[in-house]
Ligand binder design. Structure first.
Ligand code: ADP
Ligand code: ZN
Length: 341
């Protein structure tokens, strides 16, 4: 086990890397704790939940909605939860988003922790304090920014993770390397997914490195005025096409990153698009895809990052160095129309 801490504006968050699930009992105790998870994880890791109060949700993004929050709150009331209760979310981003949100609003805020069970949640979703639910077609429209008290990393949970979810997580890992960490990018170039799945030590190091990379970025810019925006690399076009086609988040941002590389070449003299594309494909991710450019642009028009006539777009100056550049919307339209498929 390796303990690290990050000091966010409102709270210090403790990270227990390479830990065993059993550590949870020492951190919170069974009596005043409620675990929240989903049916898949509960079914696959039933032993871990023995003796704990648990709330089991239906899996999937389609249940990341307010009615689920209401149902959790009712279960909490029934089980006699109070201000002293700690909520612990054990799962992927859906579970940790809901858990963090309920913990933020129940009795105006109770303690909470996360045990991320997907690569994506370990390196991204469970870090940074953003939580909440979707409303109709709008993802994460309602929620808060509130840091958890702790994160516990038990890599043994990943033994049951489906291949597609591994690939999803590696899309965010590649993203981190592109915007901030050339050395990690080079390591990823040399290895492949099957290596990390087999080599527990290498995987542990990679996850820790990514979790700390994201944490440092958030620590310096919790409310997204500067560097935190870099984490949106690939996400602007990515989010637009994620909803239009049935793509996983990792697939969508991989296509988004490929397109952002091409925009970077045109707007910032970026020279390594092929290298980024090669790594994405090496980890099973799609890169060039035909998509309805007019429809995608219409979605971009509604993006949170859009100002009146310009959009803050995350580009690469070089591998390991992301930059934010204001791109006029009409220029963006032309650039997107010219993108290769
Ligand atoms: P994320 O947002 O982190 O990708 P989700 O919460 O959407 O994660 O979870 C993705 C899917 O993977 C869900 O169906 C979930 O039940 C399942 N899942 C999460 N963790 C595990 C695990 N350790 N083993 C098997 N399936 C898992
Ligand atoms: Zn993402």
């Amino acid at each position: 086990m390796q303990k690290k801490s990050c000091q966010f504006s409102s709270k210090k968050v403790d990270y227990y890397f390479d830990a065993d699930f059993a550590l949870l009992e020492k951190l919170v105790g069974k009596e005043h704790t409620v675990l929240i998870t989903d049916e898949n994880i509960y079914g696959l890791h039933a032993k871990k939940f023995k003796g704990w109060n648990s709330i089991v949700l239906k899996p999937g993004e389609e249940f990341k909605i307010q009615p689920t929050v209401d149902a959790v709150i009712e279960e909490l009331i029934e089980s006699g939860a109070d201000r002293k209760t700690t909520l612990v979310g054990i799962g992927g981003g859906v579970v940790t988003d809901i858990t963090g949100y309920v913990a933020a609003i129940f009795m105006r805020g109770i303690r909470c922790g996360f045990v991320p069970s997907t690569v994506l949640a370990m390196v991204d979703a469970s870090i940074g304090g953003k939580n909440g639910v979707d409303v109709g077609i709008y993802k994460n429209l309602v929620g808060t920014i509130r840091q958890p008290d702790f994160l516990l990393y038990d890599y043994s949970l990943l033994k049951t993770l489906p291949e597609t979810e591994w690939i999803n997580g590696f899309a965010e890992i590649i993203k981190h390397s592109c915007i901030k960490d050339l050395r990690m990018f080079k390591e990823l170039e040399e290895k492949k997914l099957s290596f990390y799945k087999k080599d527990k030590a290498a995987l542990g190091k990679l996850i820790l490195r990514n979790a700390m990379l994201k944490s440092k970025v958030v620590e310096q810019d919790e409310f997204e005025a500067g560097d935190r925006r870099l984490l949106n690399f690939g996400h602007t076009l990515g989010h637009a096409i994620e909803n239009m086609y049935e793509l996983s988040h990792g697939q969508a941002i991989s296509i988004g990153m490929t397109m952002a590389c091409h925009l970077s070449a045109k707007l910032a003299g970026f020279k390594d698009t092929d290298r980024v594309v090669r790594v994405l494909e090496q980890y099973g991710l799609p890169t060039y895809a035909e998509f309805d450019k007019n429809a995608a642009f219409d979605v971009l028009q509604k993006d949170k990052k859009k100002e009146r006539t310009t959009m803050n777009y995350v580009l690469l100056d070089k591998i390991g160095k992301g930059i934010v550049q204001q791109v006029p919307m009409n220029q963006l339209k032309t650039l997107i129309d010219e993108l290769p498929a």
